[in-house]
Design a protein around this ligand. Sequence first.
Ligand code: VGL
Ligand code: ZN
Length: 205
Amino acid sequence: MSKALILVDVQNDFAPGGALAVPEGDRIVPVINSLLPLFDHVIATKDWHPKGHASFASANNQPIGSMITLNGFEQVMWPDHCIQESHGADFIPGLNSEFIAQTIYKGTNPNIDSYSGFFDNQRLQQTGLEDYLRSCDIDTIYIVGLATDYCVKFTALDAISLNFNTYLIKDACRGVNMQPGDDEQAIAEMHAAGVKIIHSNEVNL
Ligand code: VGL
Ligand code: ZN
């Protein structure tokens, strides 16, 4: 059995200056770069939305940050972000992306959002991440990336539900923090679900 590092949505639109900027989102890049050589398997997810995606405020004539009910599920109204093939969807410059063996795309269904790297928010479809990990005999995953309170959190919770031994490297993540403290709340939820919360200097493979 082996271990993998999973980079969640380390993309320009989540860096300062991006469409859905995460405060200090770019600060995780040197931490991730220092971790990359420690792993035999590095997998990235990319948020990868078609234009006019159902999670976009602009597509629903709603204010950014408001909530709507979409197919019976609560949906935050986001600014247009991570449009397929756009600069905003590229990895943040400086990330040593040559270590990435596989990229998993999510949020591609125009009608359904996908915070988790494993499933869409309605759990109708898998992204391929689980199959890829199983095909490589990976049972332990270390998660880093953006944003702690959305895609990182839901990826980690799904990983636990799929019985992966799951670590969150706290200093290699940042939160959107629409409400102050959302990131700490998300970390508490992950911890309660069985995710092991560690610092990058505790990664000992
Ligand atoms: C994300 C909001 C919308 C994330 C993606 O990567 O955390 N958040 N789409
Ligand atoms: Zn998105």
